[in-house]
Design a protein around this ligand. Structure first.
Ligand SMILES: C[S@@+](CC[C@H](N)C(=O)[O-])C[C@H]1O[C@@H](n2cnc3c(N)ncnc32)[C@H](O)[C@@H]1O
Length: 273
């Protein structure tokens, strides 16, 4: 998410580089709703045992762990040191080996044609020069290397809380916290501009039926609320009303949240490996 004025947008000292961000991303991404989408996305990569894969913007390493559990030789790169520390813990507790790399998607610290495959999941929405980052990924991939890129189209988010205007207001404010709120739907054009050839598309709905439970939304919303409140994007009275409606409709069984998560598989020119 975008930084507060006193913090850089990514890297050391950014809002990603805190124990709270590590805990929030790890808990949201461990939920069964997100885990199911992750496994379906990894399936799109096809066989990966023995493949050298770089996970760019790896966060706390849940994705990297799952790639390693399928036998890939994984390098996890992130620009936030706190995230890399969490990856080391995740790898140790899963009993897998994951190499760590401190770096930025805009300047990946590896030579040309170094990896068989790459993953970039829920990262491009935060990267100002999206095409530049994809060109950098193409550089470190071998000819014919595979890129799995996945991101959300936050413009498709909808909250069923019985108040369409308030739901729309929250969506607009949430989207405004993103560098590219509609990254999910922009990815194909960015891939083409960076010279990739798309070979598969895996769109999934992320759905939540209880805003207060152990779900993606349950773990993510409190920090977004703080962000919207701090920035003044939404009045506290409206945020309170939104929270009340989420709780009330969840309790009554009428709450719904859904958003589209896109995943694309693309190859660098050079033919299948
Ligand atoms: C939402 S998390 C995604 C974590 C992981 N990819 C996953 O899906 O489980 C976004 C991560 O991208 C990292 N990030 C953001 N901008 C980055 C950049 N320019 N270079 C490297 N990492 C970046 C953040 O530090 C954070 O760990």
């Amino acid at each position: 998410m975008t930084s507060s004025p006193s913090r850089p947008a990514s890297g050391a000292g950014s809002s990603w580089d805190t124990p709270e961000a590590v805990a929030r991303v790890a808990s949201a991404y461990r939920t069964t709703d997100v885990a199911a989408i992750r496994q379906a996305q990894i399936d799109v990569l096809g066989p990966i045992a023995g493949a050298a894969i770089i996970d760019v913007g790896c966060g706390p390493g849940i994705y990297a762990r799952d790639l390693a559990l399928r036998g890939a030789r994984v390098t996890a790169l992130d620009s936030a040191p706190a995230m890399l520390a969490a990856v080391a813990e995740e790898a140790a507790s899963a009993g897998v080996t994951i190499a760590l790399a401190d770096g930025d998607a805009a300047a990946i610290p590896f030579p040309d044609a170094h990896f068989d495959a790459a993953v970039l999941v829920q990262v491009i929405e935060y990267v100002p020069d999206a095409v530049g980052a994809l060109r950098e990924l193409a550089r470190v991939l071998k000819p014919g290397g595979r890129l799995l890129i996945a991101d959300t189209d936050w413009e498709t988010a909808s909250w069923g809380i019985g108040d369409a205007a308030l739901s729309e207001q929250i969506k607009r404010a949430w989207c405004a916290t993103k560098e590219h709120a509609d990254a999910g739907r922009q990815v194909p054009e960015w891939l083409a501009a960076a010279g990739f050839v798309i070979s598969a598309w895996e769109p999934r709905l992320l759905t939540v039926a209880d805003a207060t439970g152990d779900t993606f939304l349950g773990h993510s919303w409190p920090s977004y609320r703080r962000l919207l409140e701090r920035s003044g994007a939404v009045a506290t009275v409206d945020l309170d009303r939104f929270d009340d409606l989420c709780k009330e409709t969840s309790h009554r069984g009428t709450f719904s949240f859904c958003v589209v998560r896109h995943a694309w598989l693309a190859d660098t020119p050079g033919g299948p490996q």
